[in-house]
Design a protein around this ligand. Structure first.
Ligand code: SAH
Length: 395
């Protein structure tokens, strides 16, 4: 196994079990490891620190796996990590009301670069590092042993693969191609998922708890669901007796699937309006028309992909939230989210405070949302925390 030596003074994060070593922290590579190889990380004095995946094409040159020198990172090591992650979702899946969730969440489940989502009997994987790519046969075998899925689909189309020098993939790796439409259940609400064609890996299961919480306020209310995708918040609100729900998304396929999902759940379509449009534009149209709502949900895509984009993203979040606040009846609720890891809760609150000032409104934060249990945050890897939201009462 090849040794990689850390620069003096760069030990702290590794000792704190942070799984990333940036290329700038590396003093020397004693040999020529291939990308994805497992190497030994030593400190400047030559003492063992950890084992990790090597990749010289990535800014994160090492993704650390194991800090105990006596433990061998072999097939069984990977099988064990997969089994532990899957077991961590037992309570969620055993509840019987949900059969879709994230089974493996990359670094947060000690498998850097591996994402596995469950959609009823089908699995979708995303492989984002060359190290995981090398061990995929073992991972697939273990997933089959534990879960007996009907199919496993490789949906590794994320742009981050390019940083590791990997090609994108969109192929079935076990079983037959999943059907175009897979029916899944989340908190007893049914969704059609298109595993191969949908965004991300087909469904945003990270909003599971938040959809339910927002819906608990929706009875008898006029709700606007912005960035609705296939209707996560919409369906929950209708299910909980919202007087009406208007859903807005720019994707035609998302809106079409949303309408199918409403039928699947036998919900009263009279109370629902679907608009395929840009949210920023549509909010202005509502303003001109004098349309007002009791509850508005804002669940936009990631505006800040990195810390350097934070200023620009903050302005975009502010503007969006300001527009929404102007469409709320007095005392109405704004459920607003940011899935940008670069924006923390403190900054997000500040952005909402600015939006309120600009809108001439007052805001109370009445609840703080976060990501659910199947998207755990590992204490040594705060970067795994990305989803946050605020339930605001707006006056
Ligand atoms: N709330 C959804 C997930 C939202 S994902 C759920 O519960 O499942 C973000 C969505 O925003 C995607 O469906 C995407 O099509 C949509 N989107 C992105 N930019 C948009 C824009 N400018 N206007 C409207 N929709 C947009």
């Amino acid at each position: 196994m090849i040794d990689v030596v850390l620069k003096k003074g760069k030990e702290k994060a590794v000792l704190h079990r942070h799984p990333w070593v940036f290329s700038g922290a590396i003093e020397a590579v004693k040999g020529k490891p291939a990308n994805g190889d497992i190497v030994r990380l030593l400190n400047a004095k030559g003492d063992f620190m950890a084992y990790g995946f090597y990749n010289d094409q990535s800014r994160v040159a090492l993704r650390l796996l194991e800090w105990d020198e006596q433990v061998t990172v072999d097939e069984d090591w990977f099988r064990n990590k997969v089994a532990v992650a899957v077991a961590g979702r037992n309570e969620l899946l055993d509840s019987g009301v949900t059969n879709t969730c994230r089974l493996i969440f990359s670094e947060s489940d000690y498998l850097p670069g591996l994402i596995v989502d469950k959609y009823a009997d089908h699995l979708a994987v995303q492989v984002l590092t060359s190290g995981i790519e090398n061990v995929m046969p073992v991972i697939i075998d273990e997933l089959r042993r534990l879960l007996k899925p009907t199919s496993i689909f490789d949906k590794s189309d994320a742009s981050s693969r390019q940083h590791e020098g990997l090609e994108t993939a969109n192929v079935v790796v076990f079983g037959d191609n999943p059907p175009e439409s897979v029916e899944v259940k989340e908190n007893n609400i049914i969704y059609n998922i298109n595993i191969a064609g949908g965004q991300k890996s087909g469904f945003y299961c990270d909003q599971r708890d938040n959809r339910k919480i927002v819906a608990s306020y929706a009875k008898g209310k006029k709700v606007l669901d912005c960035f609705s995708y296939t209707g996560g918040f919409t369906l929950n609100a209708l299910h909980n007796g919202a007087e009406s729900v208007t859903s807005v998304d720019s994707s035609a396929l998302a809106i079409e699937t949303l309408k199918e999902n409403i039928k699947l759940n036998k919900l009263d379509t009279k109370e629902h309006i679907a608009i395929q449009s840009d949210v920023n534009k549509q909010l202005r149209v509502f303003r001109e028309e004098g349309e007002m709502f009791d509850i508005i949900i804002l669940d936009p895509p990631k505006y800040a992909p990195s810390r350097s984009a934070l200023d620009r993203a903050s302005r975009a979040y502010k503007d969006l939230n300001r527009l929404a606040m102007l469409l709320l009846n007095n005392g109405g609720l704004l459920a607003t989210y940011s899935c940008s890891g670069a924006m923390n809760m403190e900054t997000f609150k500040q952005v909402i405070a600015w939006a309120a000032l600009d809108a001439g409104k007052q805001v109370q934060f009445i609840y703080q949302f976060c990501q659910p249990e199947d998207h755990p945050v590992r204490s040594s890897f705060p970067e795994g925390e990305y989803l946050k939201g605020l339930l605001c009462r707006v006056f």
